[in-house]
Design a protein around this ligand. Sequence first.
Ligand code: 1PR
Length: 593
Amino acid sequence: MAAAPFSSSAPSPTSSSRLPNVSSSSSPSLLSLSRDFHKTRLQAQFKSSPRRNFCVSASSLPSIVTLLDYGAGNVRSVRNAIRHLGFQIKDVQTPADILNAGRLIFPGVGAFAPAMDVLNKTGMAEALCAYIEKDRPFLGICLGLQLLFESSTENGPVTGLGLIPGVVGKFDASNGFRVPHIGWDALQIAEDSEILDEVGNRHVYFVHSYRAMPSEENKEWISSTCDYGDTFIASVRKGNVHAVQFHPEKSGDVGLSVLRRFLLPKSIPAKNPTEGRASKLAKRVIACLDVRANDNGDLVVTKGDQYDVRENTEENEVRNLGKPVDLAGQYYLDGADEVSFLNITGFRDFPLGDLPMLQVLRYTSENVFVPLTVGGGIRDFTDSNGRYYSSLEVASEYFRSGADKISIGSDAVYAAEEYLRTKVKTGKSSIEQISRVYGNQAVVVSIDPRRVYLSSPNDLEFKAIKLSNPGPNGEEYAWYQCTVSGGREGRPIGANELAKAVEELGAGEILLNCIDCDGQGKGFDIDLIKLISDAVSIPVIASSGAGAAEHFSEVFKKTSASAALAAGIFHRKEVPIGSVKEHLWKDGIEVRI
Ligand code: 1PR
């Protein structure tokens, strides 16, 4: 599940109100004044591109869909998907709005307990039950499915709406399956579910740690299941009431077809798709955009060689490989399973002062319906006026702007060092703060390690490994030293120690870079990726060094990485994403095609 800043400490667009968030996606924030100031320039920078015209043309449908958004995480994506399909949105402001809805979407986000708390306190729970019991058109998404059940063990037991028999429980990580369940998985469609007519054997995007299980008592509700360690309920349907555990708004064209069939049930003929070959969780191929302002102050996609992003020319300018929104849109069309933005100078700038980055997210999320991750500068910060911003506030602004996950680099290193030194979880680190409110599946830790070669592994407090290929002076061993500030400073902590510590602190995924391999095109650092993916039970994204489709096969065959990320080969158009996936598929590796 994602996102829930409706707990007391979290900033919310509706923090002045006890009612659920009924504001539009352009919620007012601390930054609205300066946003106006930048608007004209930003529009010129982002809106001019002809490549952004890749959305489905909105029909002239006058239809309105009612959205229940109680002020949490990335509901912007659901809004964008609904609008993309040509519908207008009416936000629920009172329980009566639920009862009067013609068609209601409930994208539940965040944790079970605080969501139920809001629904109960505002009278929405009662209205939802009445609406669903009358068989009115309803679509619950993710937590919006789980809340229909009797209870959840998430920070509980916590009582749910009780419309479907069953208890929502946590995935069991002990059987070797990584938790959270993040990625594109296959469904077993149990019966004609109407809205899943175009899904068939295609992958859809899941991100959650809790799930409902099929039973005798709830079998009449089940419209599809998914296998991940055990068989869990992927969707339910009874009459006009639907709910899905996966995220249609993040599942590309297939997900949009699910939403379209819910919104226009009668107008689309039933279809039994024969295409698609999904059978299990796919290995993800991620396109990464390292973003920073160039010397003219424009935000550009850049790419380094071992983290040096400046051209080897007299001018020494920042390498410019394109516009972030355009490239992200292109990679979505090319089949990227996820797009990551790393604001690579975020460690020295204040990201909430970096309005273009927020604007990049907003524009990208209008047309890109796969998960978006953003990193760079997520930490507590006090500005020059003495105003303190918690890392949670920084992350919240990113989530509100369209991010599904945030990625923490330098600050995660400091937090892990502190945790390993004191053995105490203070609850105050950025990882802990953000995962507590948004769930650990929304928190990625980006590790930037550099090899330190050794001739012998003895007497070292950090985990060293025997290398497959010896170092420059024949060294047979290395440890991987973590760095901060974009690789500028080495820290006294190894990648292995960091990965385990951040998992304990609440990270849900690791983005594993390697400074030695970055931009070299010689393949991923298999030794490093094996070391880390064996050390943790959360998903690991292999990064740095991809130069050919074969490198992706190699990393998936030799390690248990869940995803592989590349930048340079995609930006320079050397190997298209489609070719990478085709190659993986031919090599017997499950991918979303
Ligand atoms: O420390 O929380 O502010 O986060 C900063 C973020 O910016 C970190 O995630 C860090 O990895 C990233 N970063 C900082 N400086 C650089 C740089 O390049 N000078 N980029 C940088 C890191 C690494 C990859 C890259 C892969 C694939 N980029 O993500 O995209 O290595 O490249 P390739 O396929 O071309 O080999 P904070």
